[in-house]
Every structure is written in structure tokens, then in C-alpha cells.
Design a protein around this ligand. Structure first.
Ligand SMILES: [Ca+2]
Ligand SMILES: [Ca+2]
Ligand SMILES: [Ca+2]
Length: 304
């Protein structure tokens, strides 16, 4: 069966999503709902259940007066049996441009006999006028089936990375993190790096994405980590400093992406502040299918 690529251009995303629904368990076009506002950001989510196909994608839209700056994906069910793959900004054809500012696309895949799972995709949307947003996509070149890619998307000078991801669909991602480049500081503000595996069944030209916010918007970065146990999973969180709000996040799990990946990567509420807006931290369920434990780091990018 041919792959339904959700290409970030014009109405291809919408058409591809709807036409694929019957055959590949791909869904889209379900309106997201607001989870609340913070720091000029609107947090949104959409869920779809139950999907019992080997893979699915679902995108969460932003309101027309806002631009997507980040997002996340989570799946239900046993963490060792399914993984998040996609996570990237896209154009949905709803506006007049072809800028990928409208939705965050999330994808999940499951192995073995498919179970009935729920997928939730999150979008984090910046109110217009708060600051300019740049979208950078770096091509991986043709990635063979079963091959690993590791690619950086670099933000333009004078901007700071807010989020990132890749459009790998049938595959796995062991690292999706902000990185520090050649600038004088030590902040991981220069772009986004993704290490992943293409399991498409054929070669694909994939892309790694960085969403970049122009200065003077102030971004701060935090990380936390530990070890994911062998043949197990652990939930890690990295908290934004007080007075800031998460725009995006990710993780790095040491080891091969075929056995190291995430079951969820998403913004969360702290549970201790007065609101229920998921602006406080980034939470990742890290999975290690290998025979030894894996060093794991979770990163969060925050608008301060
Ligand atoms: Ca657009
Ligand atoms: Ca830097
Ligand atoms: Ca909160």
C-alpha cells in the first residue's frame, strides 16, 4: 500500500489525511480544543480513538490569528508496544499562504497485533503580534528503509529555537532535541536535531524541522534526565523556570532508534500552580527495548 504523505503544502495535507482515513487509519480535520493560555501562547489538543491500524497521524490546529510554534503527541496502551514518530509544523490549506504555521502533526505506530489505542496531538500556538516565527526544514536526503538519519535544522541568526521535529512516519525517533551551535553562549538555542529510523518499507526523503522565534522574545531552556531501564520505560519531566511557558520539547535516549524511542512527548501542567494550562513542563515516556539501560535526557524550550 502506498504511503499517504502529509506534505506541508497547500491542501495536500487535508486531502491526504481524509482520503487515507479508510485505508491507513490516518485521520485529520478534527477541530482541536483549547487547554488554556499563557505568555501569549494558546495550548490546544485533539484526540482520536480508537485506532487499531499499524500507524496513524492526527494534526492539532491553531486558531487563525495564531501561528504554531510547537506541539507533542501521546498514545495510550502499553508503552513498549507503540511509539510516537511524526511531530512537525504544517500548512493545512486554511490560509492563503503555504507557510507551515497552521497545525502540528503527530503520528504514532504500533507493532504486533494492533490494539485499540487513543492518540492525542498537542499544538502550541503563538498569538499574532507577539513575535515573528521562522520555520526551517532541513532535508535528510534519501533515507533507505531500515536506515538511521541524524540531521540538524539551524535557526536563522538572531532567532532562538522554540520547538522541532521530523516528518518520519513509519519509523522511530531516539533523539529530538534543541542544540547549541557555534554562537558564543552555551544555550541550546540554535536549532533542532533529530536522530531517527526510517521503517517505511522504501527509501524516503525526510525532513527535520526547527521553529525559531525572533529576538527580542526571550527563550530559556531546561533539561532533566536519568536512565531508562532495559526492556522498560520511564516517565521523565523537564520543568520551565518560574515565569516562563513551554513552547516545545523533546528527548534524547542513548542507543539505536530501532530500540530506543518515545511513547509520549508533550507539554504538561505542573499540578501545583493555580491553573490547569500545560505550560509548566515537558513530559516524555522513554522506552528502551534493548538489553541494557539507556541514558535519557528530556529538554524543554520555554518563552520567558
Ligand atoms: Ca499557513
Ligand atoms: Ca547557543
Ligand atoms: Ca500550568
Amino acid at each position: 500500500m502506498g504511503r499517504k504523505r502529509l506534505i506541508a503544502a497547500g491542501c495536500v495535507l487535508v486531502v491526504g489525511a481524509i482520503s487515507a482515513a479508510a485505508e491507513a487509519g490516518v485521520s485529520g480535520g478534527i477541530p482541536s480544543h483549547s487547554l488554556g493560555n499563557s505568555h501569549g501562547l494558546n495550548y490546544r489538543a485533539v484526540s482520536y480513538s480508537s485506532f487499531s491500524s499499524p500507524d496513524i497521524d492526527l494534526y492539532a490546529n491553531c486558531k487563525p490569528s495564531t501561528a504554531v510554534v510547537g506541539g507533542g503527541v501521546s498514545l495510550t496502551g502499553p508503552s513498549l508496544k507503540s511509539n510516537v514518530a511524526y511531530g512537525f509544523p504544517a500548512d493545512d490549506g486554511s490560509d492563503l499562504d503555504t507557510v507551515p504555521d497552521d497545525v502540528w502533526v503527530g503520528a504514532g505506530a504500533q507493532r504486533g497485533t494492533p490494539a485499540n489505542l487513543k492518540i492525542t496531538t498537542y499544538s502550541i500556538c503563538l498569538r499574532q503580534g507577539v513575535g515573528p516565527v521562522a520555520y526551517v526544514s532541513a532535508p535528510t536526503g534519501s533515507v533507505a528503509d531500515g536506515a538511521t538519519f541524524s540531521v540538524k535544522a539551524t535557526c536563522p541568526a538572531g532567532s532562538s529555537v522554540a520547538a522541532g521535529g521530523s516528518d518520519v512516519y513509519r519509523g522511530k525517533v531516539s533523539a529530538s532535541v534543541p542544540f547549541d551551535g557555534a554562537d558564543p553562549d552555551r544555550a541550546p538555542d540554535d536549532g533542532w536535531k533529530v536522530t531517527g529510523l526510517n521503517s517505511e518499507g522504501s527509501p524516503f526523503d525526510l525532513h527535520v524541522w526547527a521553529v525559531c522565534l525572533d529576538h527580542p522574545l526571550r527563550m530559556v531552556y531546561a533539561s532533566a534526565g536519568g536512565k531508562t531501564p532495559a526492556k522498560g520505560s520511564t516517565v521523565f519531566s523537564a520543568a520551565c523556570p518560574a515565569g516562563s511557558a513551554a513552547t516545545g520539547g523533546g528527548y534524547r535516549i542513548q542507543g539505536d532508534p530501532s530500540t530506543h524511542f518515545a511513547h509520549a512527548t508533550r507539554p504538561r501542567d505542573s499540578g501545583v500552580d493555580k491553573d490547569t494550562v500545560p505550560d509548566d513542563r515537558w513530559q516524555v515516556t522513554a522506552v528502551d527495548l534493548a538489553a541494557k539501560s539507556a541514558k535519557t535526557k528530556v529538554s524543554v524550550a520555554c518563552l520567558g
